[in-house]
Design a protein around this ligand. Sequence first.
Ligand code: SF4
Ligand code: SF4
Length: 419
Amino acid sequence: MDPSVFPLPTAAAHQWVVYLTARCNFSCDYCIQKGRIVPGAKRKPWGRYEELPGSRWVEALNAIPVRPEHTLILTGGEPTIHRDFYEIATGLRGYRIDLTSNLSFDVDRFIETLKSEGTVLHSSFHTYHPKFMEPEDFVDRARRIRDSGVIANPVFSLLDLDAFPHFRDEEHDANLRRFHEIAGRRGLRYQRNEFRGNHMGEPFAHDRKRPMKCTSGWVNFAPDGEIYNCQYHLEIRKNAFGNVTALEECRPLPVFGTFFPCGDYGFCDPCHENSGRGAYMDEEGGIFRRTGDDSRIYLRWMDPNEVLEVARRHLDEGRLEEAEHAFLAVIEEGGEDRTPPEVWADLGLTLWAAGERERALGSVLQAIELGSRDERTLAAAVELGREVGERERVRNVLCRFLPASRILAIEEAVASAFV
Ligand code: SF4
Ligand code: SF4
């Protein structure tokens, strides 16, 4: 084909991505390839495709006339589960191949096949997903890949979910702790990746569209070879420019920096706005990308028990503002007087740790009013009463529920503990 009418932008700012498949053998709930990133809701394939066979991919991509050492990402879903993955990985010529994979493939076969074909991939990107692989297994696989020489620059990583306990449970955290320990002991270097699950400070909820101008640095090939400049449109198969197997019929993609109107803003995929390869222009001509992360948005999709679990994790891990927000969300949902006293008590401890002693006292007294007789809560009330000069107020509440001798004992115990 004539390079002067070639329809795909190849400037340095554009990234070519081949989605070999929309399928993945893992189903992470924090996966950003979901319409809604709802904690606990597993990722599903976004559609069924007639996946192009390996020979078609190799033939079409190798026929492209303007590709000297152009970076090409092989991704998915999980690209290695494409039935002809090895034919594609070893058959492409003139590209710097970058592979993203969850590292669940057969490592021996991978190394053997690439070596026997003399293929060296330029780079790869492998994230550890604690719910789907034992840490020993991942570290072992990673070290074998790293030491094999078949990938020049392999990168291993973790998703930084520290501030997002919504997506973590005991199993996740236990595997992560072991991962840190094993990787450290066995000399595997890894990085932490930012969680990109927010859309301009809001959840990726797919609940409101509006018109916007957009620019894109993506050239995305769908599993069936269709070409899009936006992952959302790839997922819903809208606005294809053409097909990789018939590039002579492909419409030219706008180059990065050219803003085009789109009515689907709000449904954009996280990569578009978070990667630096996408941006928007508002009615006044202001150009913007994203705002900061906000873990609170996910609480709206969780039931109160799950929110409470998140709140307690925030408290245990020292994120006091987040803990307070989550405890208050539980209280708001349940109603002040119907919320279990333990929740008020935990809110009190959170506020106390944050230095908000008057509010902390109000919370622990509410816990006691609602029935808490827990030693820790009673002691907290007595000490907080002393600290904020409200001893009598605390005594007046306690004496409605406890004999004077018990109150005295608590006061003495607290006095000696805080001497
Ligand atoms: S392994 Fe990756 S693509 Fe697959 S579900 Fe998990 S985050 Fe998504
Ligand atoms: S505005 Fe969003 S949905 Fe529309 S093209 Fe841009 S990234 Fe895709």
